[in-house]
Design a binder for this molecule. Structure first.
Ligand SMILES: Nc1nc2c(ncn2[C@@H]2O[C@H](COP(=O)(O)OP(=O)(O)OP(=O)(O)O)[C@@H](O)[C@H]2O)c(=O)[nH]1
Ligand SMILES: [Mg+2]
Length: 300
């Protein structure tokens, strides 16, 4: 088998507690370790540099997605065959890296997700509220993917060179995990999951779960709506338009019979017709815009 040149990419924000031991362990299995120190106000970047990692520094904290974006760019620049993304908080296990890389090495996948939910036995450590949140977001993401996944939010992934060359993440926050999958799906990349186990001891979360969850849901909706505008805006728009017209006809019928206008019914009719029209126009404009952008990109 040909040996692939692998980089391990670590997005890190204030991780001075864990970063040294992670890099030291990773050095035994990879010679290219990329750390994105995303405006940490601790020693994360300094420690990573001293241990020989390639460190990308952001002047201020831009977010997890910005970290992943910078790591993608660096991995492309140093021309690796595959990139593994790995958390800096000590939750991921080094011994799982081989498994996450295997489908890429065997040419069976373009993206491999280390899933916390493939083996039910491995999920004991995941707090219940996070399980519910991650599963709900994964269901939402699955609505626009061909492959049905169990963990769309895992940060433990492997990407091959094709993905690094063709996908440029733009979401600055945690929504990047979904963004990459939706873009990969539209480029027909093969996404595979393998089971991994995460450790949840101590305080490993950087963001509070409510703001984390809602920002991921919002950006998931954004990417789904861009990818499938007709389904996302067009179908509800048509529904509103039809019911609006129904209420308007009803108003006209009552007027014809009794020369009276029922204010509530006519207002509902006008309101829903306007809403339906706005949604339909949004669907069609977004669809045309996305089609033009996709054609332009594919001609480049
Ligand atoms: N670049 C960058 N990395 C971040 C930021 N916030 C978190 N990270 C890193 O992303 C990884 C995962 O962060 P967590 O907050 O643990 O997110 P999570 O693992 O989805 O959440 P938990 O399940 O609660 O642990 C860690 O390596 C963090 O250092 C950020 O603002 N910028
Ligand atoms: Mg974590």
């Amino acid at each position: 088998m040909i040996k692939l040149e692998i980089a391990i990419g670590i997005p890190a924000y204030n991780e001075e507690k864990n970063i040294a031991s992670i890099i030291l362990k990773l050095k035994k299995i990879a010679n290219k370790i990329i750390v994105c120190d995303d405006g940490s106000n601790d020693l994360t970047g300094k420690i990573a540099e001293e241990l020989g990692a390639i460190v990308i520094k952001h002047d201020r904290n831009l977010g997890y997605g910005a970290g992943i974006g910078s790591i993608f760019l660096k991995a492309k620049e140093i021309n690796v065959d595959a990139l593994v993304t790995f958390d800096a908080d000590g939750q991921h296990q080094i011994k799982d890296i081989e498994m996450v890389l295997e489908p890429i090495k065997d040419n069976n996948a373009d993206i491999v997700i280390g899933s916390r939910f493939l083996n039910e036995g491995d999920t004991k450590e995941v707090p219940e509220y996070r399980k519910i949140g991650i599963k709900a977001i994964t269901k939402l993401t699955n609505a626009s993917l061909n492959e049905k996944l169990t963990d769309s939010q895992s940060g433990f992934r492997a990407y091959n060179q094709k993905v690094l060359n063709e996908i440029t993440p733009s979401d600055q926050g945690m929504g990047v995990s979904t963004e990459i999958l939706i873009k990969a799906n539209s480029k027909k990349f093969k996404i595979v999951e393998v089971p991994i186990k995460v450790l949840y001891d101590g305080d490993t979360s950087t963001h509070n779960p409510v703001s984390h969850g809602s920002s991921v849901i919002l950006s998931t909706m954004k990417f789904i709506s861009i990818e499938h505008p007709l389904k996302f805006y067009g179908i509800p728009g048509l529904g509103f338009l039809i019911s609006g017209l129904f209420f308007i006809l009803w108003t006209l019928q009552i007027f014809g019979e009794s020369r009276q206008i029922i204010t509530n019914i006519s207002l509902i009719g006008i309101g829903t017709t306007i809403l339906g029209t706005i949604l339909m126009v949004t669907a069609i404009s977004l669809f045309s815009l996305v089609t033009v952008v996709k054609e332009r990109n594919s001609n480049q």
